[in-house]
Design a protein around this ligand. Structure first.
Ligand SMILES: *Cc1c(COP(=O)(O)O)cnc(C)c1O
Length: 394
């Protein structure tokens, strides 16, 4: 299994087979190694392992065979040199900041990122003397202008949540590199099936495995993928010390999630595209935000940068919060929850949930109106999803 050159295989095959090393038990499926520590043959071997002179397991805060398999597989799928798994997506983002930033440094971050990502930079890194400038996602001039001599990295999510806005990753990578900064891309919405930021010039990819990688809403987890140099010198020492480790059990769930990721993403995207087109034809709907639609201002960029258009659709109703809440409450099948990337379709009102802690003017600046509804389209039959929405639309 290990002698194969997994780089030569396609992402669908890597997702199913890469990274696994069979034990002497000849198991077919990847086992869960529930062990906190490992035994050495001699005192000398223990010493060689601890000093890094000999490869091998030491302690499951930073070495576990099930977690290693997940890491190797996701690294290959993202076309990165190395991956490290974390306890959650937020733990992975925290690890990037903790390992790459020091007091006096500066970060440029898209305004349209996951709410807790904003809080991480704004409330926590700020406490330790790291300043963050937030910019409009798709405005390359704004990114360029925000970079300072002490800027360490740019942080972006594309497409964004919930507005499904994009940025040109290659162009942004060029801007970052001209000024000796790194580009970090949160690839949760696309997964490596739809978009490979490292191959477009980004330096670091971060994931919440909680979403599409699990795909069935069971576990919380995260990952960082980057060059051998960035991982070995910065991220790995932090994981080993900081300890926000992914459990072997969760890695095992995520490994089986990866095995079906390609077919699930295709099905999520097919359902989302059909739903977006249908919503556009509804009388009660004022505007649909989905990169697959011709009406999306960045439809051309989406076609060029992504292999599919994604599983999330957001739309504005005619009216305001009352109409949005009425539509959500009229559903009987969809789950009213802010989670996404699940086989179950979820429906949420961003202005009063995920983005409810933002000041109203900041929210409006990001385009999140009171009439906006976000749907993470699952894998139920599309006609059943439409019927459920029709209750509140008609
Ligand atoms: C959920 C999410 C995160 C955070 O991941 P957790 O696993 O919930 O900690 C980060 N970025 C995006 C885009 C997300 O959707």
């Amino acid at each position: 299994m290990t002698d194969k050159n997994w780089e030569d295989y396609s992402v669908e095959t890597q997702a199913i087979r890469a990274g696994q090393q069979r034990t002497h038990e000849d198991e077919h499926s990847m086992p869960i190694f529930m062990t906190s520590s490992y035994v050495f043959k001699s005192a000398k071997e223990a010493s060689l392992r601890f000093t890094g002179q000999q490869a091998g397991n030491i302690y499951s805060r930073f070495t576990n065979p099930t977690v290693n398999t997940f890491q190797e597989r996701l690294a290959l799928m993202e076309q990165g040199e190395r991956c490290l798994a974390f306890a959650s997506g937020m733990a992975a983002i925290m690890a990037i900041g903790m390992s790459l930033l020091k007091a006096g440094d500066h970060v440029v971050c898209s305004r349209s990122v996951f709410g807790n990502t904003v809080l991480t930079f704004q409330n926590y890194f700020a406490k330790f003397g790291v300043e963050t400038t937030f910019v409009e996602l798709s405005n390359l001039d704004a990114w360029q202008a925000a970079i300072q001599p002490n800027t360490q990295f740019l942080f972006v999510e594309t497409p964004s949540n919930p507005m499904m806005e994009l940025v040109d990753i290659s162009a942004l990578a060029e801007i970052a590199h001209q000024q000796d900064c790194l580009l970090v891309v949160d690839n949760v919405f696309c997964t490596p099936i739809m978009q490979k930021p490292l191959s477009l010039g980004a330096d670091i990819v971060v994931h919440s495995a909680t979403k599409y990688i699990d795909g069935q809403g069971r576990c919380v987890g995260g990952a960082v993928i980057a060059s051998e140099e960035i991982i070995e010198q910065s991220i790995y020492p932090y994981l080993r010390t900081g300890g926000a480790t992914m459990s072997a059990f969760n890695a095992w769930i995520f490994l089986s999630g990866l095995e079906t990721l390609a077919v699930r993403m295709q099905a999520h995207c097919d359902n989302a595209f059909a739903l977006a087109k249908w919503l556009e034809s509804q009388e009660a709907v004022a505007k649909v935000h989905y990169p697959g639609l011709e009406s999306h201002p960045q439809h051309a960029l989406a076609k060029q940068q992504q292999s599919h258009f994604g599983g999330v659709v957001s739309f504005e109703l005619k009216g305001g919060k009352e109409q949005a809440w009425r539509l959500i409450d009229a559903t009987q099948l969809l789950s009213i929850t802010a989670n996404l990337g699940d086989v179950k379709t979820t429906i949420t009102h961003p202005a009063s949930t995920t983005h409810g802690r933002l000041a109203p003017e900041v929210r409006l600046q990001a385009g999140i109106k009171d009439s906006l509804v976000r749907i993470s389209v699952g894998l139920e039959n599309i006609e059943d999803i439409k019927q459920d929405l029709l209750r509140g639309l008609s």
